[in-house]
Design a protein around this ligand. Structure first.
Ligand code: HEM
Length: 519
């Protein structure tokens, strides 16, 4: 009798174990699997720093492995070659994005408006992607450079006023966030803010940051463990942010519509779409594009500029700045780099510098998740359609088999012949970043102007010095987009008189330009 009871208990434990370990997709035969716990899978292992934890697992399991997060099974690629193989060679299979509980059900519940980067592949996503790609192609981006002119002028002018000729330590983060948001607001909605400390700006910055938290891959456990959805705390927080976001999106769209009705709108993407009677986008799709552009730019471009400046302010950064400055002088001995950076990209060392910033800091360390729409044969292993995929961009960008000495910041790696996939900061393949060309142009113009204008120096107080290690410098490693830890540095004008003359040219142009400021 006792023997039968024991057998019964063992069978029940085995069944419970199977149920608690079950996942939305069956185990993939032939692909190594990361160890995990019942119910939670490997969530505990990813808690502190998901991309670095995955990189460490890859050292044991090989570059591509499967992992369970709660009840979800995910394939993770962690090397330069495996990412190319899966994301580029199999790009049509990897064209979709998963629906995740927190973002798609709670944050976007009533409006059902998703950004492009969170939309599964369907006809609407295709239309929105196409309209956005057209608005971000090379000629279109060139037409936005006057906006970059005004915004970089504004931020450099503010810093010049504040820097006391390099004597005081400055926190540049608020200035740069406004630079990026205004640039996006201008070309998306034709509007901007006049002060870094504007209340509406603070509201947008706060909400966008919160939205990114709800998209965190390792923080939102209710995405993976359905039982946790019974506890509503996180859901109601997400809901309140969504309402506030919907509010400002509506205000931006309504004020643009009013300007169009009065024929006073500034040229901008959403304005062009609204005026285009043949565009087949409905109001929610237009809002989705606006939302995509806002969130994509607000977080990403300033983070790269801030990290870039933080590195340049270091002792090693002094050598990099001096080389960049010399190369700018060599190409533009008459001091017209300030102007020319808006129309051409002719200083290879500065191009190499922003590429290295993109690689070294890989600010979207786990990129954006994908979902496959057809089976993939990876080295003989069949990964079925519907599987979730993570691109460990940080691991790919620090792959010692591809990059020489990847933990060293070295722009020279991007001089001469450069691979067509220089890094994975923009993801890869069929759903790669749509704004990479615009972002590159902005980063180039920004660093040309900044390095021409100032020597960027370490702060007086060493406690405020920038952290140079990319992992250590990330304030919230679990967030979707890395957030630089605060630091300070000094800005010493190289030649104040010349700088003031450049600023004067941009200021006059700003006044005359059709993109001119309005409060
Ligand atoms: C340095 C700046 C930027 C970085 C590092 C960055 C990074 C990324 C990454 C990693 C992805 C996911 C790609 C993938 O799944 O393979 C992405 C998607 C996207 N990015 Fe960017 N991005 C930047 C700037 C921008 C800008 C300026 C815009 C537009 C104005 C933009 C628009 C988008 C859009 C619309 C998507 C979604 C594409 C899709 O799902 O089809 N990004 N970005």
């Amino acid at each position: 009798m006792t023997f039968i009871v024991w057998i019964g208990v063992i069978i029940i434990i085995w069944i419970l174990f199977k149920i608690l370990n079950s996942t939305d997709a069956p185990k993939i035969n032939g692909l190594p699997e990361a160890p995990g716990w019942p119910i939670f899978g490997s969530l505990f292992q990813l808690k502190e720093n998901h991309y670095f934890a995955l990189l460490k697992l890859a050292k044991r399991l090989g570059p591509v492995f499967q992992i369970r997060l709660g009840n979800k099974r995910i394939v993770v690629a962690n090397s330069y070659d495996s990412i190319k193989e899966l994301w580029i060679k199999n790009q049509f299979s990897l064209i979709s994005r998963p629906m995740l509980y927190t973002f798609h059900t709670v944050v976007s519940s009533s409006s059902q408006i998703f950004t492009i980067g969170t939309s599964p592949w369907d006809e609407s996503c295709k239309r929105r992607r196409k309209a956005t790609a057209t608005a971000l192609n090379k000629p279109a981006v060139q037409s936005y450079m006057p906006i970059v002119d005004i915004e970089s002028y504004t931020v450099i002018n503010e810093i010049l006023k504040e820097c006391e000729d390099g004597r005081i330590d400055i926190n540049i983060i608020p200035h740069l966030k406004r630079f990026a948001l205004n640039t996006t607001l201008m070309f998306t909605y034709g509007t901007r803010f006049s002060s870094s400390f504007d209340k509406r700006l603070e509201e947008i910055v706060e909400i966008q940051a919160a939205m990114q938290r709800f998209r965190s891959i390792s923080d939102n456990w209710q995405d993976y463990i359905p039982l946790l959805r019974l506890f509503p705390a996180k859901s109601s927080e997400a809901n309140s942010y969504r309402l506030r976001r919907d509010h400002y999106l509506q205000i931006l769209l309504d004020s643009l519509k009013k300007d169009i009705a009065n024929d006073t709108e500034k040229p901008c993407i959403i304005g062009n779409i609204l005026r285009d009677t043949t565009a087949k986008l409905n109001e929610n799709e237009i809002k989705s594009i606006g939302m995509s552009l806002l969130s994509a730019t607000l977080d990403t471009i300033p983070a790269n500029i801030i990290y870039g400046i933080s590195y340049l302010s270091s002792a090693h950064g002094q050598q990099i700045q001096e080389r960049a400055y010399q190369e700018i002088q060599d190409v533009y001995p008459d001091g017209d780099a300030w102007e020319k950076c808006l129309v051409e990209e002719r200083v290879p060392y500065v191009t190499a510098l922003y590429k290295e910033i993109l690689r070294y800091f890989t600010i979207n360390p786990l990129s954006l998740p994908r979902q496959s729409i057809s089976d993939i044969d990876y080295n003989g292993v069949i990964i079925p359609a519907g599987t979730l995929f993570f691109l460990n961009a940080f691991a790919g960008d620090y792959d010692e088999n591809h990059f020489i000495d990847p933990y060293t910041f070295n722009p020279e790696r991007y001089l001469g012949d450069v691979d067509s996939t220089p890094h994975f900061a923009y993801g890869a393949g069929s759903r790669m970043c749509l704004g990479s060309h615009l972002a590159n142009r902005e980063l180039f113009a920004f660093f040309i102007r900044f390095i021409s204008a100032f020597r960027i120096l370490e702060p007086n107080d060493p406690k405020d010095a920038a952290i140079l290690d990319a992992i250590e410098a990330n304030q919230t490693p679990t967030a979707l987009v890395a957030e630089p830890k605060p630091f300070k540095c000094r800005f010493e004008p190289r030649n104040k008189k010349v700088l003031e003359s450049w600023l004067e040219i941009s200021r006059k142009r700003a006044e005359n330009d059709e993109h001119s400021m309005r409060d």
